[in-house]
Each structure stands twice: as C-alpha cells, then as structure tokens.
Design a protein around this ligand. Structure first.
Ligand code: TYD
Length: 225
C-alpha cells in the first residue's frame, strides 16, 4: 500500500513542554491542508486506540518488568499503526503523534537500559517500513523539566523517576537526533512560547512546501502491513 500523507512526531522528556505546541501545529496544518482536502489527525502514545488507551493506564501507573513495559509499548504501537496511522497516511492525510518509537528508545533504552538490539528488533517487527517524516524534539535542561512537572500536576510512574533516569533519557533522544538528522529538529524549549512558535512555523512551512511541490524524492515511499 502506498503512503502519501506525512507523519509528524513530538518528543521530549516529561516536562519539556511538547504538549503546549501540538494543538498549535495541528491548527496551522489544518489551515494549510484543508483547502487541499487533506485531514490532520492528532494522536498519542501510549494510546491512540481504545485498546491503547486502556493499556496506557496500566503502563503509566503499574510497575512491571522492563521488557514487559517495552513489549507493551510496541503492542500499543502495533494497534495504533494498524487502526489509525497507516489508514490515514494511505488516504493521504497527515498524522501528528504525541510520542512514537523514539520514546521507546529514549525511555526504555536510555532511561531503563534495555538493549538497543532488542528495541531495534521490536521496531523491525512492528514497523519495518514506517518512520516519521519529521520529529520535533523539545529539549530542556533537567532542572527546568523537573520544575515544570512539580508545578503542574500529580506525577505518573515515569514522572516520578529520579534525575539520572531523565538524564539518560534525554541523552538517548539527543543521540538519536544526531543519528537521524534528516527527520529530527531539536527545539530549545527554554525559549518563550512565541519564539518556539516562530521556529516551528519555519519548520512546518518547509515541510508543507516539500509536500506541495510533488517532488517524488520528498514523498514517503513505504508500504505498511
Ligand atoms: P506523556 O506523553 O508525557 O503524556 P502526558 O503529557 O499526558 O504526561 O506520557 C507518556 C509517558 O510514557 C512518558 O513518561 C513517556 C512514556 N513512554 C515510554 O516510556 N515509552 C514509549 O514508547 C512511549 C510512547 C511513552
């Protein structure tokens, strides 16, 4: 099956501020794409489907073996791809996901030290041919993220982790950004919301231009089971 839509993911450690910007990007894309008859779908992981949302509760609240956690994250993802992401991209719609596989590498791999070989194997199993077209990585120093979390709400299982966990998670995100520079954009999330929006505008405009140019080299040429 041919994929003609675009897939955008938002990433960052807890408290990095990504959620603030998702609605903004979705709205901006809708304004640009709806005249072309293209829908913009927002979703999240873990979650994105009724099954995924049920498993999200379990994943965010219950302690479990590290490999169980990784396997469940990818099980949720398999369902998310089958039910939501693949059908949308095949229709030519755009999908924005609040977290995707980079989060498994960062949290289960970086934070919890699950081997990258195992994570690579799961990725190969679950989505061998699908990668985001664009990943916005919201990056902040740990102290800033911590202060934001403490100020906002009751903390879930991941948010209660120690500072070392977040240092390792953040480092893995940054390592992946270096490994895949063509799709990652690192946003300095200590900036004001206005400054971040300004930066995001430039990134999104470039993606829209590449999509409307109908340049075949910019089109995702993948098939998804
Ligand atoms: P998050 O996206 O931060 O949602 P909220 O802003 O509502 O708290 O919460 C999801 C948590 O799940 C986050 O702590 C990261 C974690 N997570 C993983 O550990 N591995 C994964 O593969 C995914 C998708 C998320």
């Amino acid at each position: 099956m041919k994929v003609t839509g675009k897939f955008i993911t938002f990433e960052g450690i807890d408290g990095a501020g990504k959620s603030t910007h998702i609605a903004y990007v979705a709205e901006r894309l809708r304004q640009a794409l709806s005249p072309r008859g293209i829908d913009v779908i927002t979703s999240r992981e873990p979650g994105g489907t009724p099954l995924g949302e049920t498993l999200r509760e379990v994943l965010l609240q219950q302690k479990m073996h590290l490999e169980t956690e990784a396997l469940l994250m990818f099980a949720v993802r398999r369902e998310h791809i089958a039910q939501v992401i693949a059908p949308a991209l095949e229709r030519g719609d755009w999908v924005i996901s609040d977290r995707f596989t980079d989060a498994s590498f960062a949290y289960q791999g970086g934070g919890r030290h699950l081997s990258l070989d195992k994570l690579n194997a799961l990725e190969q199993w679950v989505h061998p041919d699908l990668q985001p077209d664009l990943t916005l990585l919201f990056d902040v120093p740990l102290a800033v993220a911590r202060a934001r979390l403490d100020a906002t709400r009751e903390l879930d299982k991941f948010e209660q982790e120690k500072v070392d966990f977040f240092a390792d998670t953040r480092n893995e995100y940054l390592r992946r950004a270096k490994e895949f520079p063509q799709r990652f954009r690192i946003i300095d999330s200590t900036q004001s919301i206005a400054a971040i929006r300004n930066e995001i505008d430039g990134i999104i405009d470039a993606l829209l231009a590449s999509a409307s140019g109908q340049n075949p080299t910019n089109q995702v040429k993948t098939s998804i089971a």
